[in-house]
Design a protein around this ligand. Sequence first.
Ligand code: ADP
Ligand code: ADP
Length: 214
Amino acid sequence: MRIVLMGPPGAGKGTQATAISQRLSVPHIASGNLLREHRAKGTPLGEEAGASMDKGLLVPDGLVIRMVLDRLNQPDAKDGFLLDGFPRTGEQAEALDKSLGLRGVQMALNIAVGTDELVKRLGGRLTCRTCQTPYHPVTAPPKVARRCDKDGGELYQRDDDKPDAVRQRIEVYNKQTSPLVEYYGRRGTLKEINGEQAIDHVQTAIFAALGVKA
Ligand code: ADP
Ligand code: ADP
């Protein structure tokens, strides 16, 4: 299946992505994770993207589109994918549609969460330095403090999860990304998910929307 996971920063996309990707046997492709990998490796793309990311602004469309379409061309994404954090602008959505041609995006899942809850979640988010799995000390604690359950990687606070950048990212989402909800609504591929529930209830709602059993 070809799926797009949408929602504001902190909605729970990364949290839900592992279960969906395992259940449907499709790769989880997160533009933010790919960009952070580029930065960690010090590639030219990572260098170019860094300044926008630190400010909580979007990385220029051309860069992100090239990076994500290259990833979608890898053999493991041939029969489906779960895109997380892409598209984020009209230009990105159109580039994706163009590259998929008749195959198209089959479902756009929009995880909706109000601003106050987003700020609370992002303020507490810890991310694995190795695999980028998100945690939260209250709602999604790791088994061992500051260590990832999956690979034992160190958990850290992303620079853009500090208060100023969080506010900026939510504003950027409202202005530049939220219109995409309508974009997929018009295509008849949109499914709305109430993201203000416990993590396992959000997962149940997503599986129901996908029409699969847990
Ligand atoms: P979150 O989902 O927590 O908001 P991401 O990890 O998806 O954060 O993104 C982190 C940053 O990476 C964004 O603030 C932005 O600078 C950049 N980024 C990620 N995906 C895109 C995209 N599709 N277009 C432009 N910038 C992006
Ligand atoms: P996104 O990828 O959409 O930016 P994340 O999946 O990283 O969001 O989740 C943001 C933060 O909120 C993380 O700290 C995560 O552990 C926590 N979180 C995710 N889903 C929920 C939920 N349903 N209830 C409470 N906290 C959640």
